[in-house]
Write a protein that binds this ligand. Sequence first.
Ligand code: NAP
Ligand code: MG
Length: 499
Amino acid sequence: MTLTARPGLDLSDLKAWLSTGRLNHVAGEWRSAASGATFPVVNPADFKEVLADFPASSPEDVQAAIEAASQAQRGWASTPAPQRGAVIARAIAMLRDQVELLAHVLSWECGKVIAEARIEVNRGINAMEYLNAEARRLHGQTIPSEQPGMFAYTTRRPVGVVALVTPWNFPFAIPAWKLVPALVAGNAVVLKPAEQTPLCAALIVRAFVEAGLGAGVLNLVHGDGQVGAALVEDPGVKAVSFTGSTAVGKRINQVAAGRLAKVQLELGGKNAAIVMADADVELAAREIAVAAWGSTGQRCTATSRVIVDRRVARPLVERLMAHAQAIKVGPGLDEDNTMGPLVNQEALEKVERYMGIARQEGATLAYGGHRMGGEYKKGYFFEPTLLTGVRPEHAVACEEVFGPVLAVIEVDSIDEALSVANEVDYGLSSAIFTRDIHQAFAYAERVATGLAHVNCATVFSEVHLPFGGMKDSGFGGREMGPSALDFYTETQTTYLKHG
Ligand code: NAP
Ligand code: MG
């Protein structure tokens, strides 16, 4: 095992636990896969480093997890919601005590720089606290009946067994903000985290186990997409909350539709930042740089397109290049670095493929554009990249590259900017930079994205506001915000005749 600690961090307990290999959690037990099969988890900053071997689950393991969840669900649902909340609160407190450890393993397994990893862990914990507060707010409504002597009211009931399938790019925050609303509402859960980043999810589950959550209420199965597919196909699963690619999300929706299982999908994005001629160009460049190259561009809300008024294109591009130059690429665990590697070989090849296409289509490479050589060859490092002269129909302007690649498109008016912004299949996030209140409102009213930003980055969001996308970016109700529990509950309407 090559997980090395930074000074002051003791990893001995973690290493001992990982070396057991029993990292699935089913029916209250830590288990290996029934077949004994495993897969290695590697460091994207140095792929010769193997963290640990995780269980490669089979449909048999998935079925055991769903059965355990079905058996436990009723007991959990009949535990009063505030008591459920108390158990969850203990788990959250334990995670709060481990922020440095969690940020360390997060950076190690997905490549994010440690400062971003700390932000993600703290944000994930904030989301958990916000959502767990619903334990004391799981109320329905009383609604006056039109009949005399009739009392009518609604209650919110859990859905049953819920499957959570999560991606590698927010390996702590996404499992965290799905688990808490699912559990607090009284559901039992089977979690399948991304195979590249199973450790954060395992540490979250460990905290819930130590907090005293009953056997079977929360189950964890590791493995690849087939494990996710087996979960989604199982008739015992009544709802699936998925975050990941649009292609997989559409497949999940088809399968679940066959038996009317509930589906919530948070999918890809092709997020645009519009910069108008009256914008504060300095501010726009700063916000866009963070949103484009932060997390190596591997955020669903990353800015991947700049749609700029031709009159300010030059000063904006100059400033963006200065920001790109200032980025220090390297392993995420080194506090000095500001951009880590891509997550794996597949991601690297995808970004390289888009560079070739962009060249063929006639874009200009203004900065970066290459895999990094020398010492960097031991990881999946790619330069922060800026493409200019991009046309709206170019592949880099329409398709999700999911790397540190920013495409600049020039336009002549707000109408043209909005039409280019809305032309893509995706609709997750967007931003406009302008000082004109009329333009700001025209943008907010007309842009087809679930998240809209005026004078701030496409990646900005807060845990107590709804999060999610339109069009190919999302389906099935928003996560976070005041209605986060809707997906995880069914409403029952009761008519009680007493007169
Ligand atoms: P992905 O390949 O779609 O995988 C997501 C999860 O689904 C993983 O756990 C994956 O397992 C599993 N999976 C793969 N095939 C499956 C199938 N047929 N049935 C059920 N599950 C299956 O996505 P990713 O590459 O991990 O994540 C990047 C994508 O997520 C990007 O498109 C990004 O925009 C999107 N994303 C969206 C949001 C949002 O909130 N809108 C947030 C973050 C990321 P394996 O990993 O083991 O293959
Ligand atoms: Mg995948």
